[in-house]
Design a protein around this ligand. Structure first.
Ligand code: NAI
Length: 468
């Protein structure tokens, strides 16, 4: 062991959880090494997840607006067309730019980056291989942040061509005439919107009776109706039994309420969730405990059962979201530095970046009931908001769930254009234990979409001003 290969903290995995953790640990005066097998940091989020999908969602939203919505604004556009390869090139450029940015950021913050695959080698030791040369690194604290991978359905295995996961669905080289999306969650809906806007005939197959099971059933139903009106077909309570893949397409055998039918797809995207990714780390050899879903079990200080090994992000229980992983990373570094660190997973907003966007935080009405919390609710339709009418963004609704006794807000769901930004003020409000009354008395600028949040808060107490 030399001074060069000895660290206070070694972080394995350079996604949002890992690189943010490394930066924070470095800020706190620790000598930090960050290991990633990819030469481009940023993990799933930057390379094949949040960022490229948002680039495509924005490009296709613009295309859709020009092609479909512009006319209503008195804008005449003739012969509007898209150039898929240019769109993909722009997306790749965005990813490249951010990838370089993360590398610069991390390095300038004093973190030493190692390229290669990490393998745990017992207490305080990590072997890095596959890079320029094999390295043995040492640290008092090893933090695992290796993220997650798409779940595969065993009876419909990925072939990367016709049956694909989200990594491939953000990089099709042509618009599939018929796209089937298996799974009506965040990834499924975002990809359904991207390809539907570009001309695919999209069918979303959802196993449960309603899409987006994390949402309030009435909000999920309203969301499904909005996307149905945009041209996406939904088959709920439907199971894909098998898939027969030929050269150019797949025939999926689907069943619903005992009836079996076939559906043909040029591409089938499987988006039924993600699972923790820890291949090659050597968790089992080191005796690191995991649960039945492969999630690394940690205590409130992110420590595993093995001293000196901690884990954060998608690898551990909790919402599988980039911003949650970042918060884990910060808290973990601060705990190692002897500070207090905690992440309240009830305060982690979730967003689906479609148009309208779908954002939620805390508990839905039914989730609150399951926890025996008596609730009172208020909602407001975007169709009643002046700014929404002026900008042609009337699809959606805001629903606020408050505790019946204390009036404290326990959950909010927003379906609206720009809901990802609208939810931020609600998150802050809930973080400080705000009540529906507080929110209802907060001045919101007029005319803004955010007034719909104030109106929903007013209607919790039955005194909505702009709703009937
Ligand atoms: P998800 O858990 O959000 O949704 C999966 C959906 O597939 C659920 O509605 C589920 O009922 C359904 N499903 C499960 N098995 C099925 C089957 N055999 N047939 C048909 N339907 C089935 O998972 P998703 O969309 O793959 O996303 C994975 C993770 O990544 C999630 O934790 C999600 O929150 C996160 N993510 C978040 C994004 C965001 O915040 N914008 C974007 C992309 C992913």
């Amino acid at each position: 062991m030399t001074e060069n290969n000895r660290f206070d903290v070694l972080v394995v995995g350079g996604g949002p959880g890992g690189y943010v953790c490394a930066i924070r640990a470095s800020q706190l005066g620790m000598k930090v090494g960050l290991i990633d097998r990819s030469s481009r940091l940023g993990g799933t989020c930057l390379n094949v997840g949040c960022i490229p999908s948002k680039a495509l969602l924005h490009s296709t939203e613009m295309y859709h607006q020009v092609k479909v919505d512009a006319k209503a604004h008195g804008i005449e556009c003739e012969k509007v067309s898209h150039n898929l390869s240019a769109m993909m090139k722009r997306k790749d450029g965005v990813v490249n730019q951010l990838g370089k940015g993360v590398k610069t950021l991390v390095t300038k913050k004093g973190v030493q980056v190692f390229s290669g695959t990490a393998q745990l080698q017992g207490s305080g030791k990590v072997l890095v291989s596959g890079g320029k040369k094999e390295l043995q690194l040492y640290a008092k604290e090893i933090i695992l942040a290796t993220g997650s991978a798409p779940v595969e359905l065993k009876h419909i295995p990925y072939d990367g061509r016709i049956i694909v996961n989200s990594d491939q669905a953000i990089a099709f080289d042509e618009v599939p005439p018929k796209l089937v999306v298996i799974g009506g969650g965040a990834i499924g809906l975002e990809m359904a919107c991207v390809w539907s806007r570009l001309g695919s005939e999209v069918t979303v197959i959802e196993f449960l009776p309603e899409i987006c099971p994390q949402l309030d059933p009435e909000i999920a139903k309203a969301t499904r109706k909005i996307f149905s009106n945009q041209g996406i077909s939904f088959l709920t309570s439907t199971k894909v039994e098998s898939a027969k893949v030929t050269k150019n397409h797949a025939t999926l055998s689907i069943s619903s309420h005992g009836t079996l039918t076939d559906i043909v797809a040029d591409r089938a995207l499987v988006a039924v969730g993600r699972k923790p990714y820890s291949e090659g780390l050597g968790l089992r050899d080191q005796g690191v405990k995991t649960d039945d879903r492969g999630r690394v079990l940690v205590d409130s200080s992110f420590s595993t059962n093995i001293p000196g090994i901690r884990a954060i992000g998608d690898l551990i229980p909790g919402p599988m979201l980039a911003h949650k992983a970042e918060e884990d990373g910060v808290a973990c570094a601060e705990i190692i530095a002897g500070q207090a660190g905690h992440v309240d997973y009830n305060m982690v907003p979730g967003v689906i970046y479609t148009d309208p966007e779908v954002a939620n935080i805390g508990l839905s009405e039914s989730q609150a009931k399951e926890r025996n919390i008596e609730t009172k609710c208020g909602s407001f339709p975007m169709a009643g908001n002046g700014r929404a009418i002026a900008t042609n963004a009337t699809d959606g609704v805001v629903k606020i769930v408050a505790d019946e006794k204390t009036d404290r807000i326990v959950g909010v769901q927003i379906v609206a254009h720009g809901a990802s930004e609208l939810i931020a003020s609600v998150v802050a409000h809930m973080e400080y234990g705000g009540s529906a009354e507080d929110l209802a008395r907060t001045v919101h600028a007029h005319p803004t979409l955010s007034e719909s949040i104030k109106e929903a808060a007013l209607s919790v107490d039955g005194r909505g001003l702009h709703s009937l």
